[in-house]
Write a protein that binds this ligand. Structure first.
Ligand SMILES: Cc1ncc(COP(=O)(O)O)c(C=O)c1O
Length: 453
């Protein structure tokens, strides 16, 4: 796939300034430390630049599209410019549409609602629930977890070859796994989809914050991502890509902004002419600040340079992998093998530890914020843990009391704002916890492991 692979020896830049970098948190054992945010895959901290841009714009905020006043016109310009910035960031085709949504989940549900009749959907069981579940009214084929990128392509090709050849079909695939961080062979999957007359949507929630995404180069039909994972936590997301299915679909939400003309009919009903543009799926007053923030993040990442950002992140990944390799009790989860290219997302289990207990100790005793659970990718995590992939589990809920064997995993994730000290502290803490055990007692409250204070 088209990801930049910066040379390992390229000089490593400083982290990009993010909010919260000086925030201190209390430790149960006494004292305070600066918080080490290592849960970027869930939500990344806001870039300082994004915050500054939003603060600078806020006094000029006004209603968009229909306001006659100066600030309304200014806000409308900024909103529409944000759309263009995102299109550039994603290297969209000239006739692609960029729709502002609330999140990746919202974007994929929008696309699911816009599928043509009788559309068949193909999705790997390894996907995040946001990619796995929105296709409820379509005929969905769930593909088994592949163990290599090549197997993923072969599995898809076989499934597409067996389908009814003439109807519409859509493949939904993630660019980078939110569990293993592994990169998926998007370009090859897109080629397979197109060879068999199917279209493809890329779930770039975990890819876009870490690597450049080129719609043209990858030759994907749509891309979805979330602002809050791209250092712009202001409640907006993106669906960008082919206009035709979106234009032909019923509006995602019906209301003002999506309608061009509404008139009473002689029979008492109402006739509606919907917009053909992205506005068709953006009914209601849009989240202008969210759109502006996403555009600001796109610019900031582009200006920082993905080659440099990737080089820095690879350096952090190596630090984590090398550090964890020295702890034999730790097993890093992987679908494609330990050396598969990945973004800064790693999940692991620790022999003899309940994952929720381990994550709670990292937080309470070291000020490190990671995540434990099944990461809204239950079938994948259960496959990787070797347990029954059919069974259910609550997102983030421990299934065993502290000290019992884990059925969940721990995920550490980082990105452009992460200083070396955070991953060094994390590796040191893992080593110490495994060697010495937790210094504090923990208990399970409402399904979560917490310090017994
Ligand atoms: C790969 C992937 N896709 C989709 C989503 C859903 O993103 P959101 O919660 O912003 O809708 C996530 C969130 O973790 C994700 O990791």
């Amino acid at each position: 796939m088209s990801v930049s692979t910066a040379a390992a020896d390229q000089s490593v830049c400083s982290p990009l300034p993010v909010l919260g970098r000086d925030v201190t948190v209390p430790l149960v054992t006494g004292g305070e430390v600066t918080y080490a945010a290592l849960d970027y895959a869930a939500s990344a901290p806001a870039l300082q630049r994004v915050w500054d841009d939003v603060a600078a714009y806020a006094p000029y905020y006004g209603s968009v599209h229909r306001g006659a006043g100066y600030l309304s016109q200014l806000s409308t310009d900024l909103f529409e410019n944000a759309r263009r910035t995102v299109a550039e960031f994603l290297d969209c085709r000239s006739d692609d549409q960029v729709v502002f949504t609330r999140s990746t989940t919202d974007s994929l549900n929008l696309l699911a609602a816009a599928l043509p009749a009788d559309c068949q959907v193909f999705v790997f069981e390894t996907e995040h629930h946001a990619s796995l579940l929105p296709w409820r009214d379509a005929h969905v084929t769930y593909l088994n977890a592949p163990r290599t990128p090549q197997q993923a392509v072969r599995t898809l090709e076989r499934a597409l070859a067996e389908r009814e050849p003439h109807g519409p079909a859509l493949v939904c695939v993630t660019g980078a796994s939110n569990v293993t961080g592994e990169l998926w062979p998007v370009r090859e999957l897109a080629a397979a989809a197109h060879t068999h007359g199917a279209r493809i949507v890329l779930d770039a929630a975990q890819l876009a914050p870490h690597h450049p995404v080129s719609v043209r180069e990858l030759d994907v039909d749509w891309v979805a991502f979330s602002g809050h994972k791209l250092y712009a936590p202001f409640g907006s997301g993106i669906l960008a890509g082919r206009a035709d299915w979106l234009r032909e679909a019923e509006p995602y939400l019906a209301g003002g902004g999506a309608s061009r003309k509404v008139a009473r009919r002689a029979d008492g009903g109402v006739d509606v002419e919907w917009h053909d543009s992205a506005a068709r799926h953006e009914a209601g007053s849009p989240n202008v600040i969210g759109a502006y923030a996403i555009a600001s993040a796109c610019k900031a990442l582009t200006e920082a340079g993905f080659d440099t950002l990737v080089a820095r992140e690879q350096h952090l990944i190596e630090k984590v992998k090398d550090g964890l390799a020295e702890v034999p009790e730790v097993r890093i989860l992987s679908l494609f093998g330990d050396d598969a290219p990945r973004v800064g997302v790693l999940s692991f289990v620790v022999d003899g530890w309940n994952s929720s207990h381990f994550a709670a100790a990292l937080s309470a005793e070291y000020g490190i914020g990671v995540r434990d659970g099944l990461f809204c990718a239950h079938p994948l995590v259960r496959t990787l843990l070797g347990s029954d992939p059919q069974s259910q589990g609550e997102c983030g809920a421990p299934e065993a009391a502290p000290g019992e064997k884990s059925l969940n995993a721990i995920r550490v994730s980082f990105g452009a704002g992460t200083p070396d000290e955070h991953v060094e502290r994390f590796v040191g803490a893992v080593r110490e916890l495994v060697r010495d055990g937790a210094k504090w007692n923990y208990r399970t409250v409402d399904g979560r492991c917490v310090p017994a204070v």
